[in-house]
Unconditional design. Structure first.
Length: 305
């Protein structure tokens, strides 16, 4: 074989060998980068953990959209201009693909602005440890609204959601409780919504507390005791009426002269609110008696003039 041909073939083999080396190097680099990225995801992704609370509600989008449309098109026609799809997208972007322990108030701010609406004066009803009774009352008496009777609260009531940095971005298996991390999607949402509900209150506001709780009807650590009470505006709210309810047949652990109610009154007085307190507000007690008509407490209640 002529020297020239051997030289040309040698050059070709060299080029081919160099090309293969470059290709192998590129493949190796890709594998290393993929490994680094995957390892990084595993470090920041909470998906490796099993949270203690229930996961994201199945068909969350359909649930939120359905409730939104029901509220603005049937329940509160004056809110018919609200864009439910935009509201859903805002909620989704607040938590999807995010670590569920690193949610901030800034994440929810666009949602709060989109879904907010005025609360008529004298209609705000706050509650603590009286969830079922308070909402049975607002369902039977349209003169009062709890947070869960507003658009924001109505959409989110008893619904759960949280994200995950890895695909698909939503964790349907489990979500963190407040005890696991403070800045979880649920806690941050309800704190912001509660703050906004309190800020919107005007005129006379009502507070329904549970006087059958041994630890005390008013708790500083509750949403009402830590957020709502401090966001009531003394320039807008003329008075606070406390309704201290006891379970029918249950213990009467505290009355309006009890230690925790005195603490609540002191906080309200320092903020220049007028206060009244009534044990077993009769209209609400009558509602309790619907389920216990023959109980002694209810017979006394119905005989009251």
């Amino acid at each position: 074989m002529p020297l020239q041909q051997r030289s040309a073939r040698s050059q070709q083999r060299t080029v081919l060998l160099v090309g293969m080396v470059v290709l192998l190097a590129a493949l190796l680099l890709a594998v290393v980068l993929a490994s680094v990225l995957t390892h990084g995801k595993q470090e920041v992704s909470p998906k490796m953990l099993k949270w203690k609370d229930r996961g994201t509600t199945k068909n969350l989008q359909e649930v939120i959209l359905g409730r939104c449309y029901s509220y603005v098109l049937a329940r509160s026609l004056e809110l018919g201009h609200k864009d439910c799809l935009e509201i859903w997208e805002s909620l989704k972007h607040a938590f999807i693909y995010k670590n569920p322990c690193n949610i901030t108030s800034e994440d929810y701010q666009p949602l709060m602005e989109l879904a907010s609406h005025p609360i008529p004066c004298n209609k705000s009803l706050f509650w603590s440890k009286t969830n079922d009774l308070a909402h049975r009352y607002t369902k039977s008496n349209q003169n009062f609204l709890t947070l869960e009777d507003t658009l924001l609260g109505y959409m989110a009531d008893r619904v759960s959601w949280c994200g995950d940095p890895s695909a698909p971005g939503i964790n349907y298996e489990s979500c963190p409780k407040r005890s696991e991390c403070e800045s979880n999607p649920s806690s941050v949402f309800w704190k912001m919504a509660s703050k906004m509900f309190a800020e919107a209150a005007c005129g006379v506001v009502q507070v329904m507390l549970n006087g059958s709780i041994e630890a005390g009807a008013f708790r500083n650590s509750s949403i009402f005791g830590s957020i709502e009470i401090f966001n009531l505006n003394p320039d807008k709210v003329s008075a606070v009426h406390i309704w201290l309810m006891h379970d029918i047949g249950g213990p009467q652990s505290e009355s309006c002269s009890g230690h925790s109610i005195k603490r609540l009154k002191s906080i309200l007085e320092e903020r220049n609110f007028k206060i009244t307190c009534e044990d077993n507000y009769r209209p609400v007690q009558l509602l309790q008696c619907v389920h216990n008509p023959d109980h002694t407490d209810c017979r006394l209640c119905t005989n009251t003039t």
